[in-house]
Design a protein around this ligand. Sequence first.
Ligand code: CDP
Ligand code: CDP
Length: 229
Amino acid sequence: MRKIVIAIDGFSACGKSSTAKEVASQLGYSYIDSGAMYRAVTLYFHQNYVTIDNPKEVSKAIDEINISFNFNERKAFSETYLNGLNVEGEIRKMYISEQVSRISAIPEVRKNMVSQQRKLGKKKGVVMDGRDIGSNVFPDAELKIFMKADLTVRAERRQAELLEKDQLIPIPEIEKNLVARDKMDSEREENPLIIPDDAYIVDTSELTLPEQVEYVLQLATEKMIKYDG
Ligand code: CDP
Ligand code: CDP
């Protein structure tokens, strides 16, 4: 069957990446976590004390950043590398979550990331999750999903995830971060988080992960049949 592009956008911690990963694995597609790319850029800016309102420093930093994904056979998922170093654990930490929306709002950062993401999806057969995938990176994506969920549900899910990595963060702190990021991501000038007109909206508050995956797979199959003919 003809390969398609599946764009999964939405708010933080709704289950976008978990769903995207499983859908990609079941379809034999590649999975690209666009948020990991912005997180890696944020880590680089943090480590190198890049002044974000200095365009020269920002340009220089962007030129020095090389992001790649390598499949970890043991863990069965792709990990993020920044200039050859595995940063998968570091980029998920709270101090990165607290800075990432400011960095991802910088037009030059977005221009560069979007261009890399388009290259990664050029051959189709890709599931990409983020904020502007269906609206901006792949406006012609055959399937667009927009995920949302109740704030407390999202914070509890994120807390459980961080706890698995030995980071105990109180729910109010996580909620504060999610709300702040949703606001910044939705209100920025460049490629804000919006719901594309042709997206399927999925509220995951009361769904299980397998239910979400099943729903997206069902839609993907319908689209593949449609675009095959
Ligand atoms: O996993 P979580 O939902 O917490 O966030 P993420 O997908 O890792 O994305 C981290 C941040 O990167 C978001 O809050 C956005 O500021 C930014 N981002 C973006 O601007 N555009 C994308 N396509 C993906 C992420
Ligand atoms: O990518 P995004 O930030 O939207 O969310 P995620 O990282 O995929 O999901 C956050 C956590 O919620 C993960 O640990 C998922 O396993 C969990 N979860 C979910 O995604 N969907 C459910 N229905 C229940 C839990």
